[in-house]
Ligand binder design. Sequence first.
Ligand code: MG
Length: 251
Amino acid sequence: MKRVLLSAAGILACTAIFAQGRTDFPMKPEMTEIWDPQISVITPGETPSNAPSDAIVLFDGQNLSTEWTNNDGTEPGWNVADGCATVKKGAGVIKTKRQFNDFQLHIEWRSPVEVIGESQGRGNSGVFLQGIYEVQVLDNFNNRTYRNGQAGSLYKQHPPLVNACKGPGVWQVYDIIYTAPRFNPNGTFFTPPTVTVLHNGVLVQNHVALRGPTEYIGIPEYSVKPHGAGPIVLQDHGNPVSFRNIWIREL
Ligand code: MG
């Protein structure tokens, strides 16, 4: 109870400080200590890539149909073998059955070991946040393409800060922190969607704001149809890109 009172006093003190920018009474350390509510305790995974205890596992390498469907709601048409799911050309996108707003997403991907094609034609797939905002997946290991379309880009909107690609056939990691947009009544963003991406543990997108849904052609529109929660969608771009160890934490 004493701590609760201290925390309440601390909040009041902080409010006064932030409001005025100064205090006209002597501050004590505990006045800026906030104790409640207590931070939730979770068990981290054995390695940073393993799902923590409060994550929803979207794909464990075995069963894709528990959490995913084709775009039309039928069983996902991708190939599942050797602990991963691989794009089956022509089968189309797969999407999560669940819908998400703000989240932390961990996803591992691997471009084909056999290098075929160049630029956007090599190991192309994508992770669509809420189904409409693409984090590009591409084999950019010794493969030049336009900077705002390479691996780790928010496609056609934000190039990655660096190229952190590993080679073809090597597993790579995206850790994506996403904050969904909030909308004005007229359909414009009150706050746009924002995205932070770590590629193989390296920061490649630092809390960037999106203009609108990903567009292959043309300028993304600020004015979009307001939307609520949406699925994670993985792209079929015709290249046999593989995915594994997909988990998400709703924020
Ligand atoms: Mg793509």
